[in-house]
Design a protein around this ligand. Structure first.
Ligand SMILES: Cc1cc2nc3c(=O)[nH]c(=O)nc-3n(C[C@H](O)[C@H](O)[C@H](O)COP(=O)(O)OP(=O)(O)OC[C@H]3O[C@@H](n4cnc5c(N)ncnc54)[C@H](O)[C@@H]3O)c2cc1C
Length: 503
């Protein structure tokens, strides 16, 4: 238990540390990403990244094509004159230009709504390394923003059980995707402010006022908080006790690696590297982690040691140590690290308070899949739907009930029931051992492909589909898992789980 953080309150600290680490390490990431330069000074085992790296990061940002394009985009829009006057009211103010905020701003602007976006990081590429299923992005006409795409996806359960999944997987090209959305916004007249929002006040009943740290005042009929998992301006029901997906990853130049370059490795639960001593063995068994790997070519690879869901969260340092042991075991010699990822995703927990004045979207609205941590494709899919509802509400609805109806659209009864079902899965997975997890995922991936994929893709929208999924999975599990599933359903799932499969 030593490696586990002692209490939930430490999760805030983890966030801050993750952010600090990210700031330090983005330098290396983007030198490699945009310029193709590897920094030899940053060996895998080095803990500190020098000031020089930070300097290089800034230089890199200044000269990066995407940044210049992006700056052009925001400068051409932020000349908007009467912004400090309540006579100039935007239809929608979007706080945060992550995937959720920009997808929504894009969809709103395509509906000719007057939109303002505020984010201190508009000109910086998104920080996270996003992986998505190709079919989802194809159905959203966004597959041109993936690079690379692996035609096959692999799951290793243990040394004797492995499955090749018949779905292609892709990595989001963060620079291309963000620029694509920014360009649509620019062409549709969205106004951008490169600043952070300090507060939001309600001005009479008709509009809200966003105040930025530079004391700009932006008046909007509707404010959307898309600030991600920082829970900026959206309140959640208390107690809000999410589980956490924690992952430590590196994008590295290696001498060689054993993974086929046309396969994305979604989960590798093999743990031969953790069998050297009793302590490693028991930790691996009690606190399962797996390898998530994206081979770019025979010498460049993204490797991430992942704790699917834990409460309290596993520490980054522990995951890093596990990854090092795994690499040693696999005889993967790291030549240089181009990027480090510190991933911390709150999953499940309570819902936002529905009806509050500020509408949430994305991480800030609890939209992450409670059992997998996925959300990217979901916000891309939901943005046009929500934009349509916003347009209807603004032009045809009563102002005082604007956010109430929109919150109810975002978290309709159907979606809440679906979330309860997924959340039961997440809670269950946070409690089981490595062997149970292996048996669970073997049963899961042996389901008909459509069923497990529907679970991962936020489908299973009707109670009938959820019931059938649950029964099929239960039927495939062994006696020990059946027993633990029933126990979890009776002790934790109870009414919410029952409702999710019958209502
Ligand atoms: C490391 C990591 C990897 C992930 N990988 C995947 C994946 O592979 N696939 C997947 O589907 N999901 C993934 N997720 C989950 C989810 O898709 C991401 O968390 C996603 O980035 C959430 O998008 P968002 O737009 O809601 O928030 P964010 O991406 O966090 O964006 C929030 C934006 O708000 C801005 N902001 C914050 N505060 C303020 C303020 N006060 N004023 C103005 N702006 C502000 C920030 O600068 C930021 O640009 C990952 C999450 C993490 C953390």
């Amino acid at each position: 238990m030593a490696f586990l953080q002692a209490s939930y309150s430490l999760s805030a600290e983890l966030y801050i540390n993750a952010k600090k680490e990210r700031m330090k390490t983005q330098a290396i990431a983007f030198l490699a990403y945009h310029k193709g330069i590897n920094c030899r000074r940053c060996s895998f085992r080095s803990k500190r990244i020098s000031m020089r790296h930070n300097f290089l990061w800034k230089m890199c940002m200044k000269s990066s094509v995407s940044t210049e394009e992006c700056r052009e985009t925001i400068e051409s829009t932020s000349h908007f004159s009467a912004r400090n006057s309540p006579e100039t009211v935007f239809d929608v103010g979007v706080i945060g230009c992550g995937p959720a905020g920009l997808a929504l701003a894009t969809a709103l602007s395509e509906r000719k709504l007057r939109v303002v976006c505020v984010d201190p990081q508009i000109c910086k590429p998104w920080k996270n390394n996003y992986g998505v299923w190709l079919d989802q992005m194809e159905s959203l006409n966004l597959s041109d923003c993936l690079y690379p795409v692996w035609s096959k996806t692999r799951v290793h359960i243990d040394n004797s059980r492995s499955r090749l999944l018949p779905f292609a997987y892709g990595r989001v090209d963060r620079v291309k995707m963000k620029q694509k959305l920014l360009n649509i916004c620019k062409n549709s007249g969205v106004v951008f402010y490169e600043d952070s929002v300090e507060n939001i006040t309600q001005e009479q009943s008709q509009y809200s006022c966003i105040t930025t740290s530079q004391k700009e005042k932006l008046f909007c009929r509707l404010v959307v908080d898309a600030t991600g998992h920082s829970k900026g301006f959206v309140e959640f029901h208390t107690p809000h006790e999410p589980g956490f997906q924690v992952a430590y990853g590196i994008e590295a130049e290696v001498a060689q690696h054993p993974f086929p370059i046309d396969e994305m490795l979604l989960m590798d639960f093999r743990d031969c590297h953790m069998t050297g001593n009793m302590e490693d063995k028991s930790q691996s068994s009690m606190f399962p982690t797996f390898l998530y790997a994206m081979p770019m070519n025979s010498t460049k690879i993204f490797l991430e040691e992942t704790s699917l869901i834990s409460k309290p969260p596993v520490s980054f340092e522990h995951l890093k140590q596990r990854l090092l042991k795994r690499l040693d075991f696999l005889q993967i010699e790291v030549k240089s690290v181009m990027e480090e990822e510190f991933c911390l995703i709150p999953m499940g927990g309570s819902l936002p308070v529905l009806g509050q004045n500020v509408l949430g979207f994305g991480g800030s609205a609890g939209m992450v899949h409670p059992a997998t941590g996925y959300m990217f494709s979901r916000v891309m899919e939901m943005a046009p739907f929500l934009a349509k509802k916003i347009e209807n509400s603004i032009f045809h609805g009563e102002n005082f009930s604007l956010t109430v109806s929109l919150w109810n659209e975002l978290w309709s009864c159907e979606r809440i029931l679906q979330r309860h079902f997924f959340q039961f899965g997440g809670e269950y997975l946070s409690k089981i051992s490595l062997n149970e997890m292996r048996d669970f995922f073997w049963a899961f991936f042996m389901l008909p492909d459509k069923e497990w994929k529907d679970f991962l893709d936020f489908r299973l929208t009707s109670s009938r589909e959820r019931l059938l999924f649950g029964l099929h999975l239960f039927w495939r599990t062994n006696a020990a898992l059946k027993f633990s599933l029933v126990k979890e359903a009776m002790l934790s799932g109870r009414l919410k789980l029952l409702k999710s499969v019958i209502l």
